[in-house]
Design a protein around this ligand. Structure first.
Ligand code: ATP
Ligand code: MG
Length: 405
C-alpha cells in the first residue's frame, strides 16, 4: 500500500515537472524570437539610416548608382553581411526609379522604408526573403530539446509500467506460495495421521483398517506427487529449450486411456464422461507425456469447476478437418462457465477467475498456462468458448501425420 502511494506521488511530481519544463521552454523560445527580431529590425534601420546619411548631398542619378554598394557596406558593418535582400527606389511612392530583378515582398509588414534624399520624395524600400529563417535560427535547438523531454517522459512512463507489472507479479507469486503451502499441507497431514494410527498401540490393526490406512497413504502420496509434477512442469516455462520428445501417437487411443483413468474420479462425484472419438486420422507427432497431461488438466478443470447442484457431464469428441490434415479435440463440460471478461486471461500464468462464493476449489492457476504452452509447442491451437452457468468448451487443433491413414 505504501509503495502504491509512493508511485502515485512520484507520477504526480514527475508530471508536474514535465509540464513546468515544457512551459519554461516555450517561454524561452518566445522571448528569444522576440529579442532576435528586435535586434534584426534595429540593425536594418541603422544600416539604411547610414546609407541615407551618405547620400545626403548626391544628385538623383548618382544616388541610384551608389545605393547598391552603400547598402552592401552598411549591412556588413551592422552584422547582416550574409543575409540576402531585394530593394526598390521610388519617387512619390509610385514611380519606380530602380528595382533589383526580384522584388515581390510577400508581406508588406516586413518591408523597410527609408527616405533617401532630404529635398526630394525619394524612398528606398527593402525586404529580406529569408527573414523568418534568420529569426528562427536562434531557436533551432528547441526541437531536439522538446524531443529529449518527450523521450524522458516516455522512459519514465515505461519505468513506471515495469515497476507496476513487477509489483503485480510479486503479489501473484505470494498468492501462489500461499496456495502451494495449502495444497501440500493437506496430504502431508493426512499421511502423518495415517502413520500415527499405525504406531498407536490402541488401534487394533484388522486387515480392513490396514487396507484403509495404506489406501489413504497411497492416495495422498499420489496427490502430493501430482502437485510436485505440476510445479516441475511449470519450471519448463523458465527455460525456453524445447522439452518435447515427439513420437507418433494415436490420439484417440491416448484420450480413451486417459478417460479410463479419470472416469473413476468423475463417477465418485456422480458424473459421467461421454466420448465420441470419430476422427479417422488420429495419428499425430506429439509428446505423449505432455499431451496426456494436457487432456488430464482439461478434465481436471471440468471436474473442479462443475456445478454443485448438477453432476458433471463431460463430452470429449475428436474429428478431422481439412481433408484429414487437422485433428480437432473438444472437451466440453456443463459446469459453472467463465465470464467473457475473464475468458481472455485464463491462459495467463497464475490467473484464477475470482471465485465469489466458491472458496473450496483450490489451484495454482497454472494448469491452463501449461496446456497453452504445450499446444503452442506442438504448433497447434487451443480455443475456448464459455457461457456462465451453462458450461465451457475447449477445442484443440493439431496437425495430423500426413502419410498415415
Ligand atoms: P491448477 O494450476 O491447479 O490447474 P487452476 O485450475 O485454478 O489451478 P487453471 O487450470 O489454469 O488453474 O484455470 C484457470 C482458471 O480458469 C481457473 O481458476 C478457473 O477459474 C477457470 N476455469 C478453467 N477451466 C474451467 C472450466 N472448465 N469451467 C469453469 N472455469 C474454468
Ligand atoms: Mg486447473
Amino acid at each position: 500500500m505504501k509503495n502504491r502511494i509512493l508511485i502515485i506521488l512520484l507520477t504526480v511530481i514527475m508530471s508536474f515537472l514535465f509540464v513546468g519544463l515544457l512551459f519554461i521552454q516555450m517561454r524561452y523560445v518566445k522571448d528569444t524570437v522576440k529579442l532576435r527580431e528586435t535586434h534584426f529590425n534595429e540593425a536594418v534601420k541603422r544600416s539604411i539610416g547610414d546609407v541615407a546619411r551618405d547620400l545626403q548631398d548626391t544628385g538623383k542619378r548618382d544616388m541610384i548608382q551608389m545605393v547598391g554598394s552603400l547598402l552592401k557596406t552598411a549591412f556588413e558593418d551592422n552584422g547582416l553581411g550574409h543575409i540576402s535582400y531585394y530593394y526598390q527606389i521610388t519617387e512619390n511612392d509610385t514611380d519606380v526609379l530602380y528595382q533589383t530583378p526580384k522584388f515581390y515582398p510577400e508581406k508588406e509588414q516586413y518591408v523597410f522604408r527609408q527616405r533617401l534624399l532630404p529635398r526630394e520624395q525619394i524612398y528606398l524600400k527593402i525586404y529580406f526573403p529569408a527573414h523568418s529563417d534568420y529569426i528562427m535560427k536562434s531557436v533551432t535547438l528547441f526541437v531536439p530539446s522538446v524531443v529529449f523531454t518527450i523521450m524522458l517522459l516516455l522512459t519514465f512512463a515505461a519505468t513506471l509500467f515495469i515497476i507496476n507489472r513487477e509489483k503485480k507479479l510479486n503479489e501473484i507469486k505470494t498468492d501462489f506460495v500461499n496456495n502451494m503451502t495449502h495444497e501440500f499441507k493437506t496430504p502431508i497431514s493426512s499421511i502423518m495421521l495415517a502413520s500415527q494410527m499405525l504406531q498407536d498401540q490402541n488401534v487394533t490393526k484388522t486387515p480392513e483398517i490396514l487396507a484403509h490406512i495404506s489406501n489413504v497413504i497411497k492416495e495422498e502420496t499420489r496427490r502430493l506427487n501430482f502437485q510436485v509434477e505440476k510445479i516441475l512442469q511449470i519450471s519448463m516455462f523458465e527455460n525456453d529449450k524445447s522439452p518435447f520428445k515427439f513420437t507418433e501417437v494415436e490420439i484417440n487411443e491416448l484420450i480413451a486411456a486417459s478417460v479410463v483413468n479419470f472416469s473413476l474420479k468423475v463417477k465418485n462425484r456422480g458424473g459421467q464422461i461421454l466420448t465420441d472419438l470419430k476422427a479417422e486420422n488420429a495419428w499425430a507427432m506429439v509428446d505423449e507425456l505432455h499431451f496426456t497431461n494436457v487432456i488430464y488438466n482439461l478434465m481436471d478443470n471440468a471436474l473442479k469447476y462443475s456445478k454443485e447442484t448438477e453432476p458433471l457431464v463431460l463430452h470429449i469428441n475428436t474429428w478431422n478437418e481439412n481433408e484429414n490434415e487437422c485433428l480437432c479435440i473438444s472437451i466440453e463440460d456443463n459446469g459453472i462457465g467463465i465470464k467473457k471478461e475473464n475468458l481472455k486471461k485464463i491462459f495467463d500464468r497464475f490467473y484464477r477467475v475470482p471465485t465469489g462464493n466458491l472458496h473450496n476449489v483450490k489451484g495454482f492457476g497454472l494448469g491452463l498456462a501449461y496446456v497453452h504452452r504445450i499446444i503452442r509447442g506442438h504448433k497447434g491451437q487451443i480455443t475456448v468458448e464459455s457461457e456462465i452457468d451453462k458450461g465451457t468448451r475447449f477445442t484443440i487443433k493439431i496437425l495430423t501425420l500426413k502419410n498415415s491413414e
